[in-house]
Design a protein around this ligand. Structure first.
Ligand code: PLP
Length: 394
């Protein structure tokens, strides 16, 4: 077959990673097995010594898992990918593989809630500390670099504020200071943003979101830019044990076939909804990279292939208005998570980011009236009508 890496992304979504079996299957079968038989003692010994390619035990390698990993490596333009049991398993495996006690991380101040908690409350137990910085401000990043700084951990667009950090410029800072540059690309998916093109060394995704896209799997992935990064990352994943199972790998791989279609359709809907909200009297402000009033609109134009389908907006009525909207909205489901075919809405101050202190929330601009909307692929008029009816009651 033609090298899949030379095809357009639409083709890659459908064909990358697919491994036919002995019967000529068109999709990769589910190898729902925990372990693999050796042909004889010598074969087992050769596999364990790494002298021969093959499967030993599913935590270490599994054909269905590998097929999905290969697909994501192709889509991100990386050398290798590692499927994980959740997005959080990806984050902690990444940190565990690359950092040691005494090392320091600079992270975006507005990051996924559980990442925030991991970096604030758990990693310090292992001697790894984090400074949370407004990474849309390049000087703030430079000023936060200490002799022990090892990693820049960037989420862009950030959750839930949709603040955008300049990947190209941050890539330069990372290079100049010899820092590992890791990007959480969950909100964009490889369809809309390719962090390796801007100097990132590692990419992580919560595959629970766009990559799987159907709100029926929790999974994550680490993508290594180069081959040489892979063996130590694989070793850490095998020993931390946060690996994905064959069935979830199959579901994610199945989801990837329609990734481009889903991402583009939900983005078309989101553009219209952002315009609608931007003109609504009960909405104070809308954070959406497709609107020219987004503070980092120009950077989004440079590094994103589109604005995506995550919108945050600030209700004039604060916390109470947020609560009322959540309680009165129809069709758009009140649930955390994002990136699925179904639209979801949530209120960060009382939900995903309730674990942060009020001061930390204020610093990260996660205000009481902030609402996060993940736009799905439903009919856009139905979605706008649902918002219209609920906003009347706010
Ligand atoms: C959901 C999410 C995570 C965590 O992923 P899980 O699959 O829930 O463990 C990390 N980063 C971002 C941006 C997310 O949206």
């Amino acid at each position: 077959m033609h090298n899949i890496r030379n095809y357009a992304v639409d083709t890659q979504c459908v064909h990358s990673g697919i491994k036919e079996d002995l019967n000529g299957s068109v999709t990769t079968p589910i190898y729902q097995t925990s372990t693999f038989k050796f042909r004889n003692a010598q074969h087992g010994a050769r596999l364990f010594k790494g002298e021969e390619e093959g499967y030993i035990y599913t935590r270490m390698r599994n054909p269905t898992v590998e097929a999905m990993e290969d697909a994501i490596a192709v889509l991100e333009g990386g050398a290798k990918a590692l499927g994980c049991a959740s997005g959080m398993a990806s984050v902690h495996t990444l940190l565990g593989a690359l950092l040691s006690a005494g090392d320091h991380i600079i992270s975006s101040e507005s990051v996924y809630g559980a990442t925030q908690t991991l970096l604030t409350n758990i990693m310090p137990k292992f001697g790894i500390n984090t400074s949370f910085i407004d990474t849309s401000n390049l000087d703030a990043i430079k000023n936060a670099i200490k002799p022990e700084t090892k990693m820049l951990y960037i989420e862009t667009p950030a959750n839930p504020t949709i603040v955008i950090s300049d990947l190209e410029e941050i890539g330069k800072i990372a290079k100049e200071h010899n820092l590992i540059f890791a990007v959480d690309n969950t909100f964009m998916s490889p369809i809309l943003q390719k962090p390796f093109d801007f100097g990132a060394d590692y990419i992580i995704h919560s595959m629970t979101k766009y990559l799987n896209g159907h709100a029926d799997v929790v999974a994550g992935v680490i993508v290594c830019k180069t081959e040489d990064q892979y063996p130590s990352m694989r070793k850490m994943l095998n020993h931390f044990g946060g690996t994905i199972d064959p069935f979830n790998s199959f579901l994610v791989h199945r989801g990837i076939k329609t990734l481009k279609l889903r991402v583009m359709q939900s983005q078309e809907n989101a553009k219209k909804i952002a315009d609608y909200l931007n003109n609504h009297p009960k909405v104070q402000s809308v954070m959406y990279p497709g609107l020219q009033n987004h503070p980092q609109y120009e950077i989004a134009q440079k590094q994103q292939k589109g604005p995506g389908s995550m919108i945050s907006f600030e209700l004039r009525g604060g916390y109470d208005a947020g609560e009322k909207l959540m309680n009165n909205i129809e069709l758009i489901q009140l649930a955390v998570s994002l990136g699925g075919v179904e639209s979801l809405i949530q209120h960060p101050a009382s939900m995903t980011h309730a674990g942060m202190t009020k001061e930390a929330r204020q610093k990260a601009k996660i205000t009481d009236g902030l609402v996060r909307l993940s736009v799905g692929i439903e009919d856009v008029e139905d979605l706008i009508n649902a918002l219209e009816s609920a906003l009347k009651l706010v």
